[in-house]
Design a protein around this ligand. Structure first.
Ligand code: BGC
Length: 756
């Protein structure tokens, strides 16, 4: 019984439908015909510059012209099975079609076994490597909407636009949890909470894959990055995470597990380390946990260059060949090499020397071929851009706008917002007039910094404010760059004529290693700029365009209004202007804790002890704004939280209700969040843990009763023996005002369960 309750069994994906049986037979037939070299090639993914006319890997920046000799060698001699794109410049969908078709045609017409290649790319917020595609807010901003339907829509449109670019495999979503406030890739995640991330991950999978990734408007997905990547001890990219197995199972694994259950068929292994073991050589992680325990039947793919990293950087292998032995034996099925075919050559040698069993190779290739069959590549190796008339359409842009408008989060409002239209606004700051800041990294190019690829018809914040507030009432000065003064004096002069100053601060686009920071505070030049403008005595609104929560504790008292914009992308300028001027009532909530102190930043998931003051009471979680926080232009009142009974038994449900009233004067949306605390447990319990949420719209004066059902499964935690279990005892549920305000109800659970 307990097992049924707590093991999210993946048996669903193992059920043999007639279609699967058919695929299985086709895979076995093919596998029997394959040479070792052909198998090793299928396991190899190279970057596209390896087959381009233009020489030099990173310089191959501005064409997609294939060198046919290189292509012939890659497919006929090295038997390469997969290619990965990277952001050099954004080709059009027509260019992608011809480029990928040329590789694909060669693979299916001129190789011995006619196995199609599979082309992969990172489309983490829209098909952003294709020119003119729809760009969505980054995942952190999608999470801030607390509206999974918007994430589903984003994933659906991204899949459509990828297929319009002849690309069937998306390296998204990122379901890493981040508890490390400094980490540079937080914006690529759904934040710091397991339940919110799992919910958004499932919505992403539903939108992108539906029930079949062979559908020509859908793509395969790849969950990133197993595991612990988002919480490196010292906050830097691809470094060591120290984490007990208990934490991995309770907080980090469920989003992967849920997305796998919903049908995602590939998982990218983290380039980082957990407890000093590089994830790529961790057999427990890849084989025992992912494949055996979760029943994952898809592909475990390496991250970019991890064969090299293992020997050149992590030093677990003296050379690349030893790295290949370690990673394949640990369970890696496909290696993103990506600079050449050396991985395949090492695989052949290692099998011949008996260092890698052929059964391991067959297992990997079986997974890869199954994936290709399930993607429908054998039937339909290419998709044509003309079949996707909605690509880059206004209709899609509207969905991106909706997401931006629902994610942007109002953090402070001293009755300054919304601004009265027609008043004189000075808009300034590094992010005020920049599409690159709004979009963040992974936009048209990898870093997102190159202005020459910008879609200039889209509005920056300044341009959107001009449209909505009138050019005569809206002026702009940059004021600062990311970390240096530019024209503070002129800006200060201009401020004299303004009724209000909107200062758009932010983080310049950067990802992976370049996104590492040494200081969590927002750069001094930007903070000093706000302090100077404050001296003018004019009201100040801060708009934070950033991927993580850079500390602004010295500015919060100087500003009358503060808005967290995240990276709201192409429609973000318009969405922000509409929020500033009151055409949209903000409804975003923080999907992460907004940190106040650089020393020991703390996520909202922490134990009761972490929060406790030994002299009584709770005090140690002192963020600038807590997880789940966000204001509105209206007021919401929570009342009458109630339970249908005071005791929960096995196989039973508890119904929690709460009345929510819009007690303000505008219609608005509120995210009702339900938190749980286990009052006493054998392991220091979490102070509170999100277990449900619902986003609701209310007219002024309207009251709605919100209902949540919970079961024993929601009370489970991972024990000291690394097993999911529940313990009988008292529990507290809180909503609206959270545990600290004691607007809560208590109930008891009578029985214990342990998952064996
Ligand atoms: C990143 C991955 C990405 C891969 C392919 C790596 O450097 O860590 O997230 O999917 O590159 O571009």
């Amino acid at each position: 019984m307990a097992c049924q309750l707590f093991v999210s069994s993946c048996s669903d994906s193992n059920v043999q439908s007639p279609k699967n049986r058919n695929i299985e037979q086709r895979v076995e037939m093919l596998l029997r015909k394959m040479t070792l070299a052909e198998k090793a090639g299928q396991m190899t993914q190279v970057g596209i510059p390896t087959i381009l006319e233009q020489e030099g890997y990173w310089d191959a920046a501005d064409t997609l012209i294939i060198d046919t000799n290189k292509l012939r060698k890659a497919l006929n001699e090295d038997h390469i099975g997969s290619f990965v794109g990277k952001g050099f410049y954004p080709p059009s969908r027509q260019e992608y079609y011809h480029f990928i078709k040329q590789i694909q045609d060669f693979a299916v017409n001129e190789t011995r076994l006619a196995i199609p290649i599979v082309y992969a790319t990172d489309a983490v917020h829209g098909a952003h490597y294709t020119a003119k595609s729809t760009i969505f807010p980054h995942q952190i901003a999608m999470a801030a909407t607390w509206n999974p339907t918007l994430t589903e829509k984003m994933a659906e449109i991204t899949a459509y636009e990828l297929r319009a670019s002849n690309t069937p495999w998306n390296y998204a979503p990122v379901v890493d949890i981040s508890w490390q406030a400094q980490w540079g890739r937080i914006y690529e995640t759904f934040g710091e909470d397991t339940y919110l991330t799992s919910t958004m991950g499932k919505a992403f999978s539903k939108g992108a894959q539906s029930d079949s990734m062979a559908n020509l408007e859908k793509t395969a997905l790849c969950l990133k990055h197993l595991i612990g990547y988002g919480s490196p001890l010292y906050g830097k990219d691809r470094k060591n995470t120290l984490m007990p197995e208990r934490f991995i199972r309770q907080y980090y694994l469920p989003p992967f597990q849920e997305a796998i259950k919903s049908g995602v068929k590939s998982v990218m292994i983290s380039s980082g380390l957990v407890n000093s073991i590089p994830c790529h050589v961790n057999k427990f992680l890849i084989t025992e946990l992912l494949k055996e325990e979760l029943g994952f039947t898809g592909i475990a793919i390496s991250d970019w260059g991890d064969m090299q990293f293992l020997s050149d950087f992590h030093k677990t292998a003296p050379n690349h060949k030893a790295a290949v032995e370690q990673m394949v034996n640990a369970g890696i099925d496909m290696c993103m090499v990506p600079y050449d075919a050396s991985f395949a050559h090492h695989v052949i040698d290692l099998v011949n020397e008996g260092a890698i069993p052929l059964t391991r190779i067959d297992d990997a290739v079986r997974r890869i071929l199954t994936f290709k069959f399930e993607l429908g590549l054998f039937e339909q190796p290419n998709t044509h851009f003309d079949d996707y008339p909605d690509f880059g359409s206004k209709k899609f842009a509207k969905e991106s706008y909706r997401a931006a408008a629902e994610g942007i989060t109002l953090l402070k409002n001293n009755n300054i917002l919304p601004l009265e239209k027609g008043k004189k606004i000075l808009v300034t700051g590094v992010a005020a007039h920049s599409l690159n800041y709004l979009n963040g990294p992974w936009t048209r190019s990898w870093s997102g910094q190159d202005t020459s690829y910008n879609d200039n018809e889209k509005n920056t914040i300044f341009e959107a404010l001009i449209e909505k507030n009138g050019a005569a009432n809206t002026s702009y000065y940059a004021g600062t760059s990311y970390d240096a003064d530019l024209n503070t004096k002129e800006t200060l002069k201009a401020a004299k004529n303004a009724d209000c100053i909107v200062i758009c601060l932010g983080e310049e686009p950067a990802t992976e290693r370049p996104s590492d920071i040494k200081e969590l505070y927002l750069p001094k030049a930007q903070r000093q700029f706000v302090k100077e403008l404050h001296k003018t005595g004019k009201p100040i609104v801060l708009v934070m365009v950033q991927g993580r929560t850079r500390i602004i504790s010295d500015l919060t008292q100087l500003a009358d209004g503060i808005i967290m914009a995240y990276y709201p992308s192409h429609e973000g300028g318009d969405a922000l202007a509409d929020i500033l001027l009151g055409d949209v009532n903000p409804s975003g909530k923080l999907p992460l804790t907004y940190q106040k102190y650089a020393a020991a930043p703390m996520p909202y998931i922490h134990t009761v002890t972490d929060r406790a003051d030994n002299f009584g009471g709770y005090s140690d979680y002192d963020p600038q704004w807590p997880f789940g926080f966000g204001l509105s232009y209206t007021e919401f009142t929570y009342d009458k939280i109630a339970l249908n009974k005071k005791e929960l038994t096995k196989n039973d449900c508890l119904i929690v209700t709460v009345q929510l009233t819009n007690s303000g004067k505008r219609s608005g949306k509120e995210v009702v969040q339900l938190y749980l605390r286990d009052e006493y447990a054998s392991i220091d319990p979490d102070f509170e843990r999100l277990i449900r949420f619902k986003k609701v719209s209310l007219l002024p004066g309207e009251t709605k009763e919100i209902e949540f059902k919970i079961s024993q499964k929601d009370l489970a935690f991972v024990s000291a023996e690394n097993k999911w279990m529940t313990e009988s005892g008292e529990f507290t549920l809180a909503t609206g005002n959270r545990m600290d305000q004691k607007k809560s109800v208590k109930f008891t659970l009578k029985s214990n369960t342990v998952n064996k």
